[in-house]
Design a protein around this ligand. Sequence first.
Ligand code: NAD
Ligand code: PRE
Length: 296
Amino acid sequence: MNTPIFNCVTVIGPGLIGSSILRRIKKDRSIATHSVAYDSNPDVCNRVKELQIADEVCFDPKSAVENADCVVLAIPVGAMEEVTKQIIPYMKKGAILTDTGSTKASVIAAIEPHLTPDIIFVPAHPMAGTEFSGPDAGFDTLFENRWCLITPTANTSQEGINKITTFWQTMGANTRILAIKHHDKVCAIVSHLPHLIAFTICNTADSLEEETRSEVLDYAASGFRDFTRVASSDPTMWRDVFINNREAILEMLARFTEDAQAMAKAIRWKDEDYITETIQKGRRIRKSLIDNKQVQ
Ligand SMILES: NC(=O)c1ccc[n+]([C@@H]2O[C@H](COP(=O)([O-])OP(=O)(O)OC[C@H]3O[C@@H](n4cnc5c(N)ncnc54)[C@H](O)[C@@H]3O)[C@@H](O)[C@H]2O)c1
Ligand SMILES: O=C(O)C(=O)CC1(C(=O)O)C=CC(O)C=C1
């Protein structure tokens, strides 16, 4: 076997994303010879033990990170600062610290001030997931053929970028380097706004008068059903994403609102061309996702 990328990888927060990384390491030892898991919730630690997806489970952050060559923070973006403060004093010199957070400017701002010069920080974000969370939700093929976006800071070394690129590529992902602000704008439109809309449409349906609300549940066709899948995502994760990428999300929401108003006007004035063109654009986007194998 070739030399593994890392001797020891520690995953902090073995939920959907973290447990998928651990499962992939179990399957492919060229990623790491040893894996460690730690979670602030002891029930999660015990479940990871039962599932046997990590070589070692720790119940405190210090012992979890002290032998790691790479520590992956797979926790909600609002918890990044607190956990960084807990682990930095105990990390090995020259170790890599990386994360999977859905927002990047806020995560970097939370982590960077607490770094010591001997730790290499490589921010990353796998564009893969589901509406489920927790250690039971993960699976080893989650990152297969999906993008992982890497957003180096001015201090990230090329060696660190190369290692994390190989780490994600070995887990099946395609990688791309993005500027931090650009990442947050792109994710605001492709991921954060769709979730905001899904949560909101479900709330709107729920606040209808009783008679209509029960019919929503009885007759929900696939259009509404698809929104409910996205809307069943984890509240802590999404609360943190909305608050930590608020500028970009509010900008995309303003643009969306303008376009929705334009569509409303076209419907009011029976502007068939505008309506048809808008629907055709949607169909073209769906087709290009299918062509790029990003949906079945
Ligand atoms: N769910 C997705 O689709 C998805 C996709 C890509 C990236 N992400 C990002 O990856 C991260 C993890 O998301 P997830 O869906 O795997 O979440 P998850 O809820 O499945 O798992 C997160 C885990 O972190 C633990 N945790 C929370 N605070 C902690 C703390 N202070 N110390 C230690 N452990 C702590 C929780 O107990 C939980 O087990 C988030 O930053 C999220 O934005 C999520
Ligand atoms: O596939 C889903 O259901 C997801 O919500 C995954 C999804 C997304 O919006 O695409 C969610 C958050 C991320 O940070 C990346 C991926």
